[in-house]
Design a protein around this ligand. Sequence first.
Ligand code: NAG
Ligand code: NAG
Ligand code: NAG
Ligand code: NAG
Ligand code: NAG
Length: 362
Amino acid sequence: MMKTRSLNISSGIMKPTTVILIFVFIGLSFIGSGEAANAAYVFGDSFVDTANAGNEFAPYGMTWPGYPSGRASDGRNQADYFAEVFGVPSPIPYQQLKNDSQSVLGVNFGRGGGSVMYAYGHTPLALQVDQLEALLEKGVLTRDYLSNSVALVSIGVNDYGSRNLHGIFQVSAESEELKTFITNVVDGITSNIVRLHRLGIRNIVVANLANMPCSPYVTVDSNFTTCSNNSTITTENSNHNALLEKRMDLLRFELLGANIVILDQTKAFNLLFHNGTNFGFVDPLTPCCYGKDPLDAFACGSKDSEGQPLYTVCEDPTKSVIFDGIHPTQEAWRILYNLYAFGTEFTLGAPNLRSWIRQYTI
Ligand SMILES: *[C@@H]1O[C@H](CO)[C@@H](O)[C@H](O)[C@H]1NC(C)=O
Ligand SMILES: *[C@@H]1O[C@H](CO)[C@@H](O)[C@H](O)[C@H]1NC(C)=O
Ligand SMILES: *[C@@H]1O[C@H](CO)[C@@H](O)[C@H](O)[C@H]1NC(C)=O
Ligand SMILES: *[C@@H]1O[C@H](CO)[C@@H](O)[C@H](O)[C@H]1NC(C)=O
Ligand SMILES: *[C@@H]1O[C@H](CO)[C@@H](O)[C@H](O)[C@H]1NC(C)=O
């Protein structure tokens, strides 16, 4: 089990704006430290995967636990910090459940490469929800138990990444194809949230898209100096987020007892990418681990036939926002969850996660 009371930002030289934010964090972090849910059930991709299909090779896990742990990060990832906010253990990766009854401790169904529409052929969101449904049918989980649990859904970036890789899709940002594509991705997320509600889940946290234009696999084109202004990518990002917000507004209205909050991941990442030095990051757009071939942003951990690394890794990952081509460092996740839990402008549908918890636990 994880023992990290590390939600407070603790060090570094900070600018005045940050000092004010930190003051707020510390002030609130003493409130409600008990469990705010029975357990956590997590769905998504490599931003949450803690060992279903995650990276099991060095240098992943170098900061924590000191060896590869199946997380695409130097340490803990979003699933760990999410669980911490709700006072429950990090959910057990589905692949590592020893038996069905362990699922009451929380289950992480997320898988690296996960998508809504089979982007890379990995377990799509619907199959992850099928896995939860099967546990309910076996009677080890009940609707009642799930109604007092909390779910996280963090998915979508692989659908767009995969789309952008395929030449046939490289069309203008205004195209009907792109509109339909975005609608399909968001509606896929929406219909699976409707399914979660049918299975009893009431408290649902949904992340909007990772900030694609500033992710290293995109900024590698500018040697990590500037976020991309590619209109296809910026349109995907902003239209996905706008439609997701609309759909979640609708679900709050239509699904009885549904408590839905959106993590404004795009905005939170923007703060780290643009004002990251306030949080102690150095060159916030530059990843910690990337290819010796500077154009290969996905080389982290890869080796040549002689076993020689094809990548370089920074000395201190706590100074980087992103660890590899796309995945945040542990330090970035810690700060992002601080912003979601205690900030005032990084969630949609509630001022922040702590106040959202108070809403549904009353
Ligand atoms: C399930 O596995 C856990 C961990 O190994 C064990 O403690 C528990 O007794 C098992 N439960 C059942 C019903 O087998
Ligand atoms: C924008 O990105 C897409 C997807 O990677 C690419 O197909 C397109 O050529 C880019 N557009 C410009 C103007 O660079
Ligand atoms: C990228 O930036 C690094 C560090 O600033 C520099 O050493 C390198 O020459 C740059 N590469 C290119 C292709 O501009
Ligand atoms: C986009 O960025 C490129 C180089 O980074 C620049 O030359 C171009 O003017 C920018 N386009 C817009 C519309 O801002
Ligand atoms: C970044 O910091 C500057 C001043 O330090 C501030 O004006 C700006 O609004 C900040 N940007 C964000 C996105 O918070």
